[in-house]
Design a protein around this ligand. Structure first.
Ligand code: C5P
Length: 220
């Protein structure tokens, strides 16, 4: 197959978890490692794209040649994403954005007292859906981590969020998904379904970037 050439294209990729502050020393987050998003960034960069990663806190290094914009909260990621997506050709939402944030972040460390306490949570904005609603909408790709009815929920998200593609993985299967070095994906567009079987996130990212590129060219 011909060598993939993404030169002249700008790709923006969200990756990693978000952190939602409770007080100055505590937060709510999740187990996302950022590995899949960073692997996609690396594959796109190696194929010639200009790549910006909007990243929550992760322990892995930035791929050579990619630019990292470090954020913590979903609101910060949302702001950066909307700004950068305006000038992007392709937007890939790989981040595990916290669905909710604490409504009133305490300015001082919360002291231990009563046996029970409540945190009030409010819904975070849907970053990828807001990017897909931009007048200058880039080719927009989402992810769906599901534990059941993978195809059903993925196709629902594709439609509801107005995405061009969605990559679904079954996180209930052992040895793939969150924090793992391997993954398997089922990729849906409105017309096609493509299975990318269990492989390293590096190999999978190369295949996914290829697939995104094909659909992006067809759409243009
Ligand atoms: O709805 P759900 O969280 O399962 O959708 C997952 C997809 O939506 C991922 O691509 C994720 O990055 C994106 N997402 C987002 N902002 C949110 C929640 C999810 O961009 N607040």
């Amino acid at each position: 197959t011909a060598q993939l050439d993404l030169s002249g294209q700008r790709w923006v990729i969200t990756a990693g978890p978000t952190r939602e502050a409770i007080d100055p020393v505590r937060y709510i987050s999740n187990h996302s490692s950022g590995k899949m998003g960073y692997a996609i960034a690396q594959a796109a960069q190696l194929a010639g794209a200009e790549v910006q990663i909007i990243s929550g806190p992760v322990s892995i290094g930035v791929p050579d040649g990619c630019k990292k914009i470090a954020v913590e909260s979903a609101l910060q990621m949302h702001q950066q994403a909307l700004e950068l997506a305006n000038k992007a050709d392709v937007f890939v939402a790989c981040a595990a954005v916290a669905d909710y944030r604490v409504s009133d972040v305490a300015t001082q460390k919360i002291k231990k007292s009563a046996d029970e306490m409540q945190l009030n949570l409010v819904k975070n904005p849907d970053i990828v859906a807001d990017v897909a609603a931009l007048p200058a909408k880039p080719f927009t790709v989402g992810f769906a981590a599901e534990t059941q009815d993978v195809a059903h929920y993925a196709l629902d998200k594709l439609k509801r969020k107005n995405l061009d593609m969605i990559a679904a993985n079954n996180v209930a299967l052992l040895g793939q998904g969150f924090n793992s070095d391997d993954n398997a994906l089922t990729v849906f567009s409105s017309k096609n379904k493509t299975e990318l079987p269990l492989a390293s996130k590096k190999i999978l990212a190369e295949q996914l970037v290829q697939l995104i590129s094909q659909h992006y060219i067809e759409k243009k």
